[in-house]
Ligand binder design. Structure first.
Ligand code: URA
Length: 431
């Protein structure tokens, strides 16, 4: 078998066999296939798509490209959660400590930013000392001892996905259903959880810009979950505007701390509650009644916040930053954006915000780009909010005056202030 024939087949929109897919995955993982050959095949997949069978074969080939964890010695009720990505999406950081504080074991392998979407790992690494690189033994020990571990893809888990994911980011192949479904589900299968809840984001700041595509992705991931014998549920959530009040790595950790203390914006709260309830329903530990009340309880009594601190300490992070978020280094140039007229926010375009964030240095444009944890944006006004001329609607946190000026202009263009009070639904449906 030879990679050029495989590329040729997909270029001509032919279905790939299981053997061809395994040949590509195994030989790209071990370095026999080059990045440029892999890029050609990935681009052909992005353009011509894959059948259901090809997607299943790709997922299992990627899941089996490294170790597949067996966590049954810890529990058979281990849960995992993953988002298809969004702008300002800090839901994992809020939900997982809530779930662990409810006594449901959490084993979560997260990813870095992809395209305009932020990455949980980059956010965690903005906490000085936080170590995402644990061994399998440390990962398992943390789940056993404190009920939670949030790590990166550094174990030998789905190494094929790690390479393909990084490559896709640099060749503009992020928004493809076969590639997203196989990327997410290969990691979930390899990291050993029994139940998986997927936040399928939909809208301007997501890879799926409309409900039809989001539903297709959700159904595909549910099907893969069924094949892998994992209980799987997808929650479709709105990503037309950024989630919550901040976008940026340390800024989102600060918002997470506030959320875990009970101060959540409406949109974040709605998504957090819905995802948490779905996880509880699937876990096999809780019945399906009264779960909303139980989630609110662990936020109110401080258990979820304490669990987040325990996680940070256990993974080497400096917990004084969580106890006193003022310690996070601030960006040198913080600029307010002022409303130019009275009205209501009709639009806050998550795509434009994500692009502005990329320019500020929140994420990477090239694989080896260094990100700046301090930079980002904070929003005082979001869709549906009333605005008065002269009010501060947002702030830009930049590392230079030039970047600040550029970003302020972009954010002004992302806002639309009009006369209509728009109401927004954050949960679209559960599949
Ligand atoms: N998250 C992933 O892990 N992979 C994708 O392709 C998109 C979001």
């Amino acid at each position: 078998m030879n990679i050029l024939d495989i590329i040729e087949n997909k270029k001509n929109a032919k279905d790939l066999s299981k053997e061809e897919i395994e040949f590509f995955v195994n030989n790209y993982t071990n370095g026999e296939i080059t990045d440029y050959q892999a890029a050609a095949l990935i681009m052909a997949i992005c353009i011509n798509g894959m059948t259901q069978n090809e997607i299943l074969d790709l997922t299992f080939a990627m899941a089996n490209s490294g170790d597949v964890l067996d966590l049954s010695d810890i529990s058979n009720n281990i849960v995992d959660k993953h988002s298809t990505g969004g702008v300002g999406d800090k839901i994992t950081l809020i939900v997982m400590p809530i779930i662990a504080s409810l006594g449901i074991p959490v084993a979560k392998m997260s990813g870095r930013g992809l395209g305009i979407t932020g990455g949980t790992l980059d956010k965690l690494e903005s906490i000085p000392g936080y170590n995402i690189n644990l061994s399998v033994e440390e990962f398992k020990k943390n789940i056993k001892d404190i009920g939670i571990s949030l790590i990166g893809q550094t174990l030998n888990l789905a190494p094929a996905d790690r390479k393909i994911y990084a490559l896709r980011d640099t060749i503009s192949c992020t928004n493809s259903i076969p590639l997203i479904a196989s990327s997410i589900m290969s990691k979930k299968i390899a990291s050993g959880a029994n139940s998986i809840v997927l936040d399928v984001t939909c809208g301007k700041g997501a890879f799926m810009s409309n409900k039809t595509e989001a539903r297709k992705l959700a159904k595909m991931m549910n099907l893969i979950g069924k094949w892998a014998k994992r209980k799987t549920v997808c929650v479709l959530t709105n990503m037309d505007e950024p989630l919550g009040h901040s976008v940026g790595n340390s800024l989102e950790i600060i918002e997470t701390v506030e959320a875990l203390k009970g101060n959540m914006s409406k949109d974040v709260e709605e998504v957090v509650l819905n995802i948490a309830i779905q996880i509880m329903n699937l876990s096999g530990i809780y019945s399906v009644s009264n779960n909303r009340k139980k989630v609110l309880e662990v936020i109110k009594n401080g258990k979820a916040y304490e669990k987040f601190k325990e996680l940070v300490v256990r993974q080497g992070g400096d917990v004084s930053y969580i106890e006193n978020p003022e310690k996070f280094e601030k960006a040198p140039v913080i600029t307010p954006i002022i409303a130019e007229k009275d009205g209501y926010v009709e639009k806050l375009d998550a795509y434009k915000i994500g692009k502005a964030g990329e320019e500020l240095g929140i994420g990477r444009q090239k694989e080896d780009d260094v990100i700046d944890y301090r930079v980002g944006m904070t929003f005082n006004k979001k869709i549906g909010d009333a605005v008065k001329k002269g009010e501060i609607i947002a702030y830009v946190h930049a590392n230079s005056p030039e970047k600040s000026i550029e970003c302020v202009e972009k954010i002004k263009k992302a806002y639309k202030i009009g006369n209509k009070k728009i109401s927004k639904k954050n949960i679209i449906e559960i599949i």
